[in-house]
Design a protein around this ligand. Structure first.
Ligand SMILES: C[S@@+](CC[C@H](N)C(=O)[O-])C[C@H]1O[C@@H](n2cnc3c(N)ncnc32)[C@H](O)[C@@H]1O
Length: 89
């Protein structure tokens, strides 16, 4: 069992969300997105489309964290590489 620290509980929302959704249903952009070990299941065109949508869902300068076995190196994307598994808008 685990619990979110009470100091940040008011900022935490849990929802089911399908990354295949072409229009992400978020009202505000994110400062950071953790999408770790998820895109490994997707084919290359799907992965690229998802990465573009994740980019659009971030604030300028926001970070995308992916799994250490994943990489965006093989695809053209608008993200800037920061370090393994970390990319910046
Ligand atoms: C290997 S687990 C990784 C879980 C966690 N992110 C981690 O790193 O431990 C892959 C996760 O991808 C999720 N997933 C697969 N396809 C998805 C989709 N289309 N939309 C959202 N999540 C998806 C699965 O539900 C599963 O929880």
């Amino acid at each position: 069992m685990w619990a979110v620290n009470p100091l940040i509980q008011k900022d935490v929302v849990f929802r089911r969300f399908n990354l295949m959704t072409t229009l992400f249903p978020f009202k505000k952009p994110f400062h950071a997105i953790f999408c770790r070990n998820v895109m490994i299941y997707f084919d290359e065109p799907t992965r690229k489309a998802v990465v573009e949508r994740l980019y659009d869902a971030l604030t300028p300068g926001g970070y995308l964290f992916i799994g250490h076995s994943e990489s965006l190196h093989q695809m053209s994307s608008r993200f800037h590489y920061v370090q393994p598994a970390v990319y910046k808008k």
